[in-house]
Design a protein around this ligand. Structure first.
Ligand SMILES: Cc1cc2nc3c(=O)[nH]c(=O)nc-3n(C[C@H](O)[C@H](O)[C@H](O)COP(=O)(O)O)c2cc1C
Length: 192
């Protein structure tokens, strides 16, 4: 069984709606179990993220999918506090070889969401993890998924609390893709 964690931060609920759809995609793949982990602002005290249970859950997974809103052209401060708290894992490269992927949302169609995804890739690289993007070329999907065309991960845009259904479909697609890759990886490690 491959385990995949969707670790996300959301204030008004759009990122968490995407996270739930990513989870649906993960759970649609046989032999995979998904788990949602919410980054809560209350777990940050004096600027330091301190929820060890979340970090511990990530220690045991095969893949993790990062999600947070784009705030001022980058990841939310709460997500960054969580990332900073992973530095002891970085010291020992404890997450080396796991898969990672990501998604974000902003209120503008091109509101610098890519910078948030790029931050996620750097975080993954610092941990020695392997990034999984989206293999849907923009404008080429008959169902319209990946409508904004980023292939590094899922970029969504929402003007309120509603997330376009096609973005939720893209989130399911990303979850299923990561799950299939994680299942292969977990089987290889089991047989090694
Ligand atoms: C402080 C702040 C900064 C924001 N900066 C951006 C931005 O740079 N680009 C963008 O497209 N949207 C920006 N937004 C809009 C949010 O990304 C958007 O409302 C998002 O859906 C919120 O996610 P959540 O519902 O998961 O909290 C910003 C919102 C806030 C409150």
């Amino acid at each position: 069984m491959a385990t995949i964690c969707v670790v996300n931060h959301s204030i008004t609920g759009t990122t968490s709606r995407l996270a739930e759809s990513v989870l649906e995609g993960l759970d649609s793949v046989e032999g995979c179990a998904g788990r949602l982990l919410a980054i809560e602002g209350a777990d940050i005290v004096d600027g330091r993220y301190g929820n060890e249970a979340v970090l511990h859950a990530l220690d045991g997974c095969d893949a993790m999918i990062f999600g947070c809103p784009t705030f001022m052209g980058g990841p939310s401060a709460q997500f960054k506090a969580f990332a900073d708290a992973s530095s002891d894992r970085w010291e020992t490269q404890r997450w080396e070889g796991k898969l990672c992927a990501g998604f974000t949302v902003g209120s503008s169609p091109s509101g610098d969401q890519l910078a948030t995804l790029q931050y996620f890739t750097v975080l993954g690289a610092q941990h020695g993890m392997l990034w999984v993007g989206i293999d849907i070329p923009g404008g080429r999907d008959p169902d319209g998924r990946n409508r904004l065309g980023a292939q590094l991960g899922l970029v969504s845009q929402s003007n309120g609390t509603l997330v376009p259904e096609v973005d939720l479909d893209t989130a399911r697609y990303l979850g299923a893709r990561v799950a299939r890759k994680a299942r292969v990886l977990a089987a290889r490690e089991r047989d090694a």
